[in-house]
Design a protein around this ligand. Sequence first.
Ligand SMILES: [Zn+2]
Length: 339
Amino acid sequence: MFRNTLSSLAKSNFRFTKLNPTNSHKFNYTPTLRSYATYRRFNNQVSNTNLLKDPKSRRYVLAFLSISGLIYVSNLHEAPVTGRKRFIWTPVWLEEKIGNQSYRQLLNQYNQQGQILPASHPTTKKVASIFKRILDVSPVNADQLDWKIHVIVDPNAPPNAFVLPGGKVFVFSSILSICQNDDGLATVLSHEFAHQLARHTGENLSSSPIYGMIGLFLYTVTGSDLINRLIMNAIFTMPASRQMETEADYIGLMLMSKACFNPSESYKLWERMAQYEKQKSSGMLRAEFLSTHPSSDTRIENMKEWQSKARQAYDQSHCEQFGQFWGDNGVPGVRIGLF
Ligand SMILES: [Zn+2]
């Protein structure tokens, strides 16, 4: 919807440029309301192309850039665990408000379809116990978070799970067979939770107006909405999205290891996911640079590369003691056996 608004804005701007009064005297056309407004606004003195040659306009542009730079620098925040600096100017309550709204809609939808397992169901309880272990080792105070687990039974839904801002978790039953065990499910849950911990929703919200402005500029240059969107996706939005996905993979792996889940199960989960994707796409390969997510192969490589750090986090938590309860050292914990 935001994109549509920008697109129509861009289009009006394009027409606006075409009716530039510096050229208008060459044509014998009847002035319309729009061309009159355009003429009056620029007073037939400064054209768009001459904007930067005018010292007064240059000062405005400079002031605008300085203020923008100041706003940008003062709103750079460090992501937890990775320490990556990212620009977030939107407040946390806005993310939570969006999360709560989505939560009510999803709850309503799946309740109507009777697809939500009851909270007392062993599968819901198992997912909740794994999520609680991840929460307990995170910087978030679990007691202050109104977190909830919902397992959606829909064999036709793609394997998926997500955590909304505010801590509401949705897990689709179709992902459970790919998870196979507690550690696999911990990989998925910790990844989803990491998105919220790193405030990726806020980061997306914060960058939307900037992308909008760049898009508007590109549209005036290219005059094509399609080319504009391709450039925006290839250069800005998709790499940013892949960066957030990789960050969530890393934070998630560190959290699950700290919570005494077997870190080596993380890449095994992604190997099974890659296998599933290959079957579904009948062997068609998906180009990573055209995607919002890193390819499964990239994720597997990353997970393997981060194993020594993950093992450190695992050891620092003295997980051998947990091993007596959750499974022996280095071997996946108690098998879920419910899916
Ligand atoms: Zn993700």
